[in-house]
Design a protein around this ligand. Structure first.
Ligand code: ASP
Length: 588
């Protein structure tokens, strides 16, 4: 028996009992003739006491231990004289009578405590040590609980968890595929699934009716804080459903998860369903952060052509946000905001501001181009009051200008403390456009994916004006983050071929890549639809993390590397030969 208690469970009621604990030495403190050790396991920390006077040799043994040594101790639970209110076990300690060294440890490269001295790279290299830290472990515990509740909920609704293969063909979700060479089929490659999209649709054709899977997806794309080359989805699909059925069911799941995992009550009211075009108009984003207002107000009619400011007169969009009570912002603060919107990632040409004074008078950076009368009209349109600050962005490309204003709105929300991590605002964004134009590819691309059904009333537009077609697609958004998204699917092979055609696929290519799906649709495909959630993102939201990496046990860094395993790496020449592969590096 290695232990009969964990390091997290002893309390005052256990005083006087004999216990056996096992764990890691977190800290050793010597004070006079006493040695104190904090013993740690997954469940917590318990203080061990060794007394030189009572047992000199045992105390000497203890003094030889180092950080992260693995030990087993036997002893009696004692009430602590100096209680530690910060630890659940802080009322007690163990007077050790036996000590057994189970394994020694080298000095760890960083301190294994919440407040560590280890930098990001070092912690990732020794991730197994990083995971010993309570704050990191807590994220994995949360993730586990989250998955358990997802399974519990979906099971209660009749969903079957079905695994789909990882070695598949290309599954288009708009990113590059990771590919795997096939030794048995020389010169041929599998692709890792960007999502199980087509497979779950085939499961609907197969009559499975309700499917889900907590599943790894692989996308070879540029990485950011909320992206990993492999990430986990809660992937779901249902038959004989319309959009409303799906939204209602998954809204219920969201409420369940918030309540059981996060202890947060989202209330009874249904989530707002915001059409995409309205989201863009009011917030400049298809994933608006609704924890706060500061909605866009369009100012074209007030500011274009009513003064001599050429930038506005040439603009296709002029929009403002009103920052309540911020008229006192200093020149320096305003310069900071201007520099922020001018950074290359955001790309605005500049920022116009206007302060509303105590008497309602407007003082603006474009004063000299406008009469006070026009500026006051602008103030009224903005519904700005004394003490408010108006921030205005304009540009020749309305979509770009809106996105720039969106970034500014988020920054101001942050500055004004309106983006509280302990508050949650959820909504559905619906009625996405079916296609978006790609300058790079010079063709229409599927905004969601090519299997998304158009709104039935828009089907005729596919022949005349496909860019105007609305999709039967939806995203669930929480605090400015897209946590999930999906659509009603096409279940008719003729309509599916038509969409492929609009997307620029030749008949042969569509047949080669998706023949299996279109064929399946010829055998009685039920109407179906579904969605997928980004598990990592959702868990990070619950944990209040800035990066999804922190809730993944073994994440990759920004260049897609696993620095612990040192992957990816080159292959042995023999292995390459076996796979009929030759690597040619650029420029060599
Ligand atoms: N496969 C889609 C995705 O990964 C989700 C869905 O449409 O169900 O975004």
């Amino acid at each position: 028996m290695y232990r009969n208690k964990t390091c997290g469970e002893l309390r005052l009621k256990d005083v006087g009992t004999q216990v056996v604990l096992a764990g890691w030495v977190q800290r050793i403190r010597k004070m006079g003739g006493m040695t104190f050790i904090d013993l740690r396991d997954r469940y917590g920390i318990t203080q061990l006491v060794f007394n030189e006077e009572a047992n000199a040799s045992l105390c000497q043994e203890a003094n030889k231990l180092g950080r992260e040594y693995v030990i087993q101790v036997t002893g009696e639970v004692n009430e602590r004289y100096n209680k530690n209110a910060n630890l659940p076990t802080g009322d007690v300690e163990i007077i050790v009578s036996e000590l057994r060294l189970l394994n020694a440890s080298q000095t760890p490269p960083f301190t294994i405590e919440n407040n560590t001295d280890g930098g990001d790279d070092l912690r990732m290299k020794y991730r197994y040590l990083d995971l010993r830290r309570e704050c990191v472990r807590a994220n994995l515990e949360l993730r586990h609980k989250f998955c358990m509740e997802v399974r519990r909920f979906l099971d209660s609704k009749g969903f079957l968890e079905i695994e789909t293969p990882v070695l598949v063909g290309s599954t288009p979700e708009g990113a590059r595929d990771f590919v795997v060479p096939s030794r048995m089929n020389p010169g041929q490659f599998y692709a890792l699934p960007q999502s199980p999209q087509t497979l779950k649709q085939l499961l609907m054709v197969a009559g499975m009716d309700r499917y889900f899977q907590i599943v790894k997806c692989f996308r070879d794309e540029d990485l950011r804080a909320d992206r990993q080359p492999e990430f986990t989805q809660i992937d779901c699909e249902m038959s004989f459903v319309e959009q409303n059925d799906i939204l209602c069911l998954f809204e219920e799941m969201a409420k369940h998860l918030f309540k059981t995992v996060r202890g947060y009550d989202l209330g009874e009211a249904p989530f707002l369903r915001l059409p995409w075009s309205e989201a863009m108009r009011r917030f400049g984003s298809d994933k608006p952060d609704m924890r706060f207002g500061m909605e866009f107000v369009e100012l074209m009619d007030v500011l274009k052509g009513t003064g001599s400011f050429a930038v506005f007169n040439e603009a296709e969009y002029i929009g403002g946000i009103c920052a309540k009570g911020c008229a006192h912002y200093s020149r320096k603060q305003l310069d900071e905001l201007t520099n922020f919107v001018k950074t290359p990632q955001i790309g605005a040409k500049g920022l116009v501001y206007a302060r509303v004074g105590e008497g309602g008078e407007v003082k603006s950076s474009v004063d000299k181009f406008y009469t006070q009368d026009v500026l006051e009209k602008m103030r009224d349109q903005m519904q700005a009051e004394a003490g408010d600050l108006i921030l205005i962005i304009s540009g020749p490309d309305a979509m770009k200008a809106r996105k720039q204003l969106c970034e500014l709105r988020l920054l101001m929300g942050e500055r004004l403390g309106l983006r509280d991590k302990n508050k949650f605002a959820l909504l559905w964004v619906v009625d996405f456009p079916m296609f978006e134009w790609s300058d790079e590819e010079q063709r229409l691309m599927a905004m969601h994916h090519p299997f998304t059904a158009p709104k039935p009333e828009d089907v005729p537009l596919l022949d005349t004006d496909p860019a105007k077609v609305c999709a039967n697609a939806y995203d669930m958004v929480c605090n400015g983050v897209e946590v999930g998204g999906g659509s009603i699917r096409i279940h008719d092979s003729v309509l599916q071929s038509k969409i492929f055609k609009v997307l620029g696929f030749t008949e042969e290519r569509a047949q080669k890549q998706f023949g299996f799906l279109m064929n399946a649709f010829k055998y009685g495909a039920p109407p179906h639809g579904g969605l997928a959630y980004g598990l990592d993102r959702w868990v990070s939201l619950f944990a209040g993390l800035d990066s999804i990496r922190d809730c993944i046990a073994f994440p990759k860094n920004n260049s897609g590397r696993d620095v612990m395993l040192d992957a990816p790496s080159t292959l042995e020449p023999g292995q390459l030969e076996e796979l009929c592969l030759k690597t040619v590096l650029p420029g060599k």
